[in-house]
Design a protein around this ligand. Structure first.
Ligand SMILES: [Zn+2]
Length: 322
């Protein structure tokens, strides 16, 4: 009995682990795009990445560059406090006299906001961006909200007595931020690398020999690299199966659905609403899998289609059979 109980406990822990991990790992609603900024801002990319790596928020590097554009107006020659982060460290405005101090404090401050947002289950990164401008109090003010709306920032400004920060800060930052290019079908590639390791259709079976039907495509994705939804939708499944391992299915509510398999860690739960580019899991090798990768399926009205025809152009790795 004890043995059986222990086994059950271990099985339960193993089953829960990916969900626990999911809530701890990186920000959830990260929109993966690129900052549209002039060289006066772009030249700080390496410095920004040095600190986002140090504070474990590398995924926000481009977003922080877009914020730098808003904070400095692209005038980094005459505005040494390029992130206008002096006040967040308790100093008067423009206390920092070199960009490096300004950037480090900004990243440290942003990372602290990411942590608070995670605790409050505020999964939309726009809450964090607005809090960069209005302070952590804005996050507590928004507790219980699901997706960001600029009216929350205006309400918070009124609560704080008016003339408090910039209630349109999110809109101002996102004018310098470009989402990844979508295909004609409105889908983006769900991984940072756009390399396909195995195509859809009849493929050779390296595990059992002969050929087999491959119902999706395999995309290059290393252990714990993020993978995100190819479009807006609602999570219909975020669970484990012996073949898919830890997998997520998203209904895009226009006849299409997408499925992401072999995750190490899940980042969403069934019922969650996700936006295009929102992280749904972290790549792994669970289920029927021979190595770390992301297996992606797309269905149209419940029927599997070849994802390659629905995504932006993919690179084919040398191991893809024609
Ligand atoms: Zn596959």
């Amino acid at each position: 009995m004890i043995k059986k109980g222990m086994f059950f406990l271990i099985a339960l822990l193993l089953f829960c682990a990916p969900f626990l991990g999911g809530s701890q790992s990186g920000g959830n609603n990260v929109m993966l795009g690129k900052a549209k900024v002039p060289n006066s801002v772009r030249r700080y990319e390496d410095m920004m990445r040095e600190f986002t790596l140090q504070y474990e928020i590398e995924i926000y590097t481009e977003l922080l560059l877009a914020m730098m554009m808003q904070e400095s107006g692209g005038m980094s020659e005459t505005t040494p406090d390029v992130m206008q982060s002096s006040e967040s460290a308790g100093h008067p405005p423009n206390y920092f006299t070199n960009p490096r101090d300004s950037i480090e404090q900004a990243v440290k401050y942003f990372a602290s906001l990411v942590d608070i947002a995670k605790q409050l289950k505020l999964n939309d990164v726009k809450f964090i961006v607005q809090a960069y401008n209005m302070g952590p109090g804005f996050l507590y003010f928004c507790e219980g909200k699901t997706s960001f709306n600029a009216s929350y920032a205006k309400d918070y400004e009124v609560k704080m007595g008016g003339n408090y920060g910039d209630p349109d800060y999110v809109e101002h930052v996102f004018q310098y931020y470009e989402m990844p290019t979508a295909s004609n079908h409105g889908f983006i590639i769900p991984t940072a690398r756009n390399t396909m390791n195995e195509r859809y259709g009849t493929v050779e079976d390296p595990i059992r020999g002969g050929t087999r039907m491959h119902n999706g495509i395999d995309l290059a994705c290393s252990k714990d690299e993020a993978a995100w939804s190819i479009a807006d939708g609602v999570v219909t499944d975020a669970t484990f199966s012996s073949s898919y391992g830890y997998f997520v299915e998203v209904d895009h509510q226009n006849g299409y659905s997408s499925l992401y398999a072999h995750f190490n860690t899940l980042a969403v739960r069934a019922g969650d609403r996700v936006s295009s580019g929102q992280v749904v899991g972290y790549c792994g090798d669970t289920g029927f899998s021979a190595g770390y990768h992301l297996h992606l399926e797309i269905r149209l009205n419940g029927v599997r289609v070849d994802p390659e025809g629905y995504l932006p152009k993919l690179e084919r790795s040398s191991i893809v059979t024609p």
